[in-house]
Design a protein around this ligand. Structure first.
Ligand code: T1G
Length: 698
C-alpha cells in the first residue's frame, strides 16, 4: 500500500482513506493506493469498502501538476472502472470539495454520502479540458442530461443539498466523513443493499445537442472546452456505455493537446503563485482591523464596500457632512447589490451600514486606524496635502496607502516623516467587484508594510500583484502602449470598429475603443494633456481626433456618445458617424495615405506591442515575474483567461517570430517599436517567459 491511501479493516468494512494533502489530488500514488486497497479488501474477505479523505477535502481532482508529463498507470479512467466493477459494495463519504476526478471516483462507487458543507463539481472546462474519467457518461445517468450539461459546461460547484436533489448524493449527514461513512455503510449492508454500478444504468434521454452546442460555443467567446464537453455528454445518450467512455477519452485527449489548456492551467497556478513573494517569506503583516478611507467618490466608496464585506470596520473621511452622506449613499447602493445577490442578509446590511461604517469630516477620526487608503482627486498637490495630514494624525505603525493609478508614490511618500509606512494600493473600478489589486512598493516601503498590503488583498479576496513605481505601474503602463498601438493603426488606415471586432474575436470581452467609452474618454483626454504638458518625445506619433470628440462633449457611455452611439442602450452600440470624418481629417492633416489592415495584422500588432512593453516592465523589475503581468491583464484588463495572459500567449506563439515582427515594424517606427532588451535576451538564449517564472519559483 502507498502512504497516499491508508488501509484499515473495521469489521466487514475495508476503509480506504486518502492522505495526500493539501487537497487529496489523485496523483499516481493515490491511484495505485486505491487499486491496491480494493484488491486487499477483496483478499481480506471484506463485505464493503468505504472511501473517504483525511484533511481538508475528499479528492479535489486529478493532480494538475501531472498534466503534460508521461502518463503513469493506472490512469484514472481505469481506477474508476476498477472501483465500479469491484464485487464488494463501495461507498464514498465526502466533505470539502469533491471536484473533477474526485467526483468521478465518487460516481464510480455504488453509494454516496456527504456532510452538509460539501461542494461537488466537474470544473475541468475551466482548465481547458473536460471530465476524462467517466464524468460525462456517469453524471448524466444519475442527474439527468440538463443538470449534467449545466454542471459540466459551467464547472460550477454544487452545494450538497442541491446534489442530493439531483441524485448525485444519496444522503447528507452531519458528522465527520469517516463517522457518517461507516454508519451508512453498515446501514446498507444491514439492509442488503445491492451494488449499483452507474455504468449499468440506462442511457439518459437526449436533448437537442446541436442547439446546446451552438449556445455554449457562443458563450465561450473563443474558449472551446465547454462546447466540446457537450459532444461528450451527447455520446452518453447515443452510444453504449463503454463506447461513450471511449468517445469521452478521444475528446479529452484532443483538448489536452491545445494551447487553451496550457493557458488555463497557467492561469490556475499563477493566480495562486502571484501573491506568494519569496521576499515576504517569514515577514509578518501589521494589525489590520480598522481602516480609514479618504474620499467617498466611486473608487473610495467601492474600497470601503470591499472592506466592510470582508469584516473590517471603516471610517470614511470626507470634506463635508453632505459629501460624507453622499459617500454613505454610494456604499449602501453597493451593499444593496450584495444583498440582492444573496451575498449578505438584511441584518448584515444593517450592521455594515450602521455599525461597521463610521462617517467623519475631521482627520482626527483616523488617529486609531491600522491602515488608511486615500482615494481623492488624481492630482499631486491634493495627494501631498492629504498625506501631510495623515502623517500628523495617524498612530505610529499605521499603514498609509494611496490609490493613485499613475502618480509617483515615492514623491507622495517623501512628503511624510515615515516613508517606510507608505505604499500604493491601486484598486480597479468598481473596487468591490474587480479582483485585481496592484500593491505598489515604493523605494522606502518597509517589508512588513508590503506584507500588510498583501494581507489586505487576501482579506478582500483580491488577486494582489506586486508592482514597482513607474508611470502607470504594471497595468496602466502596458495599457497605454497597446492603446497607442491601436491609435497608430487608426492613423494608418484601420477603423476603431474593425479593431474592436478583431480583438473581441481574439477573446476580449470588449475591444479597446468600447472599453474607452465605458471608462470615459475624458480619462484618456486628461492623460494625453498631462503627457503633452510634460513634453512628448519628438519621435512619438500623436493625434488629436480623440481630443476633438471630447471637446464636443462626447465622453462615451456616460454622455451617450463616444466612439459609439448608445442611443439604443449600452448593449446596442452603433458606430458614432462623427468619428470617421474626424479620423480622415486627421490623416489628411498628417499627410497619411490610409491602407488596409487584416484582422490578423491588427491582433498581431496589438498583442506584440503589449508583449514588448510587458517585457520592458519585467526587465526593469517593475513586475517581478512574467506571471505577475499575466495576472494583472487577466484580472484588471479583460484579457481572455484561456490565453493565459500576454506573456503566456507570447510563449505559445513563439518569441523569435514576435521579435522578428517587432524588428520589421521598427523599420517604420523605431521609437515605438524599440525591442525590449529582455525579449532580445530570451530569444538569443533560446529561453522564454515561463523559464523566468520557473527560475523565480525555485
Ligand atoms: N492538482 C494539484 N494541485 C492542486 C489541485 C489539483 N487538482 N487543486 C489544488 N491544488 C493545490 C493548489 O495549487 C495549492 O497549492 C493548494 O493545492 C491549495 O489550493 C480526469 C483531469 C480544491 C477548491 O479543477 O479548485 O480532475 O499554491 O489555494 O482556495 O476528469 O484548489 O499551496 O502550492 O486553491 O482552499 C479538476 C482545482 C482537476 C479543482 C481548494 N479539479 N482546485 O481551494 O486552496 S482536472 C479542479 C480548486 C481532473 C479528470 C480531470 C481549489 C480547491 P499551493 P488552493 P483553496
Amino acid at each position: 500500500m502507498t502512504e497516499a491511501i491508508g488501509y484499515e479493516l473495521d469489521g466487514d468494512i475495508a476503509i480506504l482513506k486518502a492522505q495526500n494533502p493539501p487537497v487529496n489530488a489523485l496523483g499516481h500514488a493515490v491511484r495505485v493506493g486505491l487499486v491496491e486497497g480494493l484488491e486487499r479488501a477483496e483478499r481480506d474477505g471484506a463485505k464493503a469498502v468505504l472511501i473517504y479523505g483525511e484533511g481538508a477535502t475528499y479528492f479535489a481532482g486529478a493532480d494538475i501538476r501531472e498534466f503534460g508529463k508521461p502518463p503513469l498507470e493506472p490512469m484514472l479512467p481505469g481506477v474508476c472502472d476498477r472501483i465500479e466493477a469491484c464485487p464488494l459494495l463501495v461507498v464514498s463519504a465526502m466533505h470539502g470539495t469533491a471536484l473533477g476526478g474526485g467526483l468521478e471516483v465518487a460516481l464510480s462507487t455504488h453509494y454516496r454520502i456527504a456532510v452538509p458543507a460539501t461542494r461537488v463539481g466537474l470544473p475541468e472546462v475551466l482548465l481547458g479540458i473536460l471530465p476524462g474519467a467517466g464524468g460525462t457518461q456517469r453524471l448524466p445517468r444519475v442527474a439527468g442530461v440538463e443538470a449534467a450539461l449545466d454542471m459540466i459546461t459551467t464547472g460550477r460547484h454544487v452545494r450538497a443539498d442541491e446534489a442530493l436533489e439531483l441524485g448525485i448524493l444519496d444522503k447528507v449527514e452531519e458528522g465527520t466523513p469517516r463517522e457518517i461513512g461507516l454508519a451508512y455503510t453498515r446501514e446498507l449492508l444491514a439492509s442488503g443493499a445491492p451494488r449499483r454500478p452507474v455504468g449499468e444504468m440506462a442511457a439518459p434521454e437526449p436533448v437537442d445537442f446541436d442547439a446546446v452546442y451552438e449556445t455554449v460555443l457562443k458563450k465561450g467567446r473563443g474558449q472551446i472546452s465547454p462546447a466540446t464537453a457537450v459532444r461528450a455528454v451527447q455520446a452518453a445518450c447515443e452510444l453504449p456505455f463503454r463506447e461513450g467512455l471511449a468517445r469521452e477519452r478521444e475528446l479529452f485527449m484532443e483538448l489536452m493537446d491545445t494551447d487553451q489548456r496550457e493557458g488555463l492551467i497557467h492561469a490556475f497556478f499563477s493566480e495562486r503563485a502571484v501573491s506568494k513573494l519569496p521576499e515576504l517569506k517569514g515577514v509578518e503583516p501589521r494589525d489590520l482591523n480598522a481602516i480609514g478611507v479618504i474620499g467617498g467618490g466611486t473608487m473610495g466608496a467601492g474600497i470601503a464596500t470591499a472592506a466592510l464585506l470582508a469584516g473590517l470596520t471603516v471610517t470614511m473621511l470626507e470634506m463635508s457632512p453632505e459629501a460624507a452622506e453622499a459617500a454613505k449613499g454610494r456604499i449602501s447602493g453597493n451593499l444593496q447589490g450584495a444583498l440582492k445577490r444573496g451575498k449578505i442578509s438584511a441584518a448584515q446590511f444593517e450592521t455594515l451600514t450602521e455599525q461597521a461604517l463610521t462617517l467623519a469630516t475631521d482627520y482626527d477620526a483616523l488617529s486609531d486606524a491600522d491602515l488608511v487608503i486615500e482615494a481623492v482627486f488624481e492630482e499631486m498637490d491634493v495627494k501631498k496635502k492629504v498625506f501631510s495630514q495623515l502623517d500628523a494624525v495617524c498612530k505610529p505603525g499605521a499603514v498609509l496607502a494611496t490609490n493613485t493609478s499613475y502618480l509617483d508614490v515615492n514623491e507622495i511618500a517623501a512628503i511624510t516623516s515615515r516613508p517606510e509606512d507608505v505604499i500604493g494600493l491601486h484598486f480597479f473600478s468598481p473596487a468591490h467587484v474587480m479582483k485585481l489589486l496592484e500593491v505598489v512598493v515604493a523605494d522606502k516601503t518597509a517589508p512588513d508594510v508590503v506584507a500588510t498590503g498583501f494581507a489586505l488583498g487576501k482579506r478582500l479576496r483580491k488577486i494582489s500583484v506586486r508592482a514597482g513605481v513607474c508611470d502607470g505601474f504594471i497595468g496602466n503602463r502596458i495599457l497605454s502602449t497597446y492603446r497607442t498601438c491601436a491609435d497608430h493603426m487608426i492613423l494608418d488606415g484601420a477603423s476603431p470598429y474593425q479593431i474592436d471586432k478583431a480583438l473581441e474575436a481574439f477573446g476580449f470581452a470588449m475591444g479597446p475603443f468600447a472599453v474607452a467609452d465605458l471608462a470615459g474618454l475624458d480619462i484618456g483626454w486628461a492623460v494625453r494633456k498631462r503627457k503633452r504638458a510634460e513634453g512628448l518625445d519628438p519621435r512619438a506619433r500623436d493625434s488629436s481626433y480623440a481630443d476633438k470628440l471630447c471637446e464636443d462633449g462626447h465622453f462615451g457611455q456616460k454622455t451617450g456618445k463616444g466612439y459609439y452611439d448608445y442611443a439604443a442602450g449600452p448593449k446596442s452600440r452603433v458606430p458614432n458617424p462623427d468619428v470617421m470624418p474626424l479620423i480622415e481629417a486627421e490623416r489628411a492633416a498628417q499627410g497619411i495615405t490610409p491602407r488596409d489592415f487584416s484582422d490578423e495584422e491588427i491582433v498581431r500588432r496589438y498583442m506584440a506591442s503589449m508583449v514588448n512593453e510587458a517585457a520592458k516592465v519585467v526587465g526593469e523589475g517593475i513586475a517581478r515575474r512574467p506571471l505577475d503581468v499575466d495576472m494583472t491583464l487577466l484580472f484588471g484588463y479583460g484579457f481572455p483567461r484561456y490565453r493565459g495572459g500576454p506573456l503566456k500567449w507570447a510563449d505559445l506563439e513563439g518569441l523569435p517570430g514576435l521579435l522578428a515582427d517587432i524588428r520589421s515594424w521598427a523599420e517604420e517606427d523605431a521609437y515605438f517599436w524599440e525591442p525590449a532588451p529582455l525579449l532580445e535576451k530570451l530569444v538569443a538564449e533560446d529561453r522564454n517567459f515561463d523559464d523566468l517564472n520557473k527560475e523565480a519559483a525555485s
